[in-house]
Design a protein around this ligand. Sequence first.
Ligand SMILES: [Zn+2]
Length: 148
Amino acid sequence: MHAASPSACRDVNAMSSNARRRNSARRNAALRYVRESGKPCWICGCAIDYDIPQGDPLCCECDEIVPVSKGGDPFDFDNVLPAHRCCNAWRGAKSPETVRMIQEEVIKEFVFWASPLDFVEKAREVVRRERLIRRHKTVAREDTTTDW
Ligand SMILES: [Zn+2]
């Protein structure tokens, strides 16, 4: 089999770069939408200071409730909510159900948290312990929440 001809490659590249530009405009619209919502972080529940510059652990990011890796639409306003960068990074591709379950565990265990970073620390601890418990279980059981 021959590789695609150089001209075909160029066409593909041109197309994907246009798509990227189009997508980044839609992505900016989604980010603008969540910033203007003024909502607290959906992961830790703490308020977001929307003036904090991008890149800071406490800045606002546009998070997909159903992760893109699991078929979520990053441009659907119904599928995006604001989250702190640190919370979003901690969450990764965890399902919203898993995030909620971990939140509940953190509340049960710690009652409250002082800040988003504090929440992430406590959530990590809860997950670490849960993994340890699972490792010690002799009977493996089917579980839909394996993304803990
Ligand atoms: Zn947060």
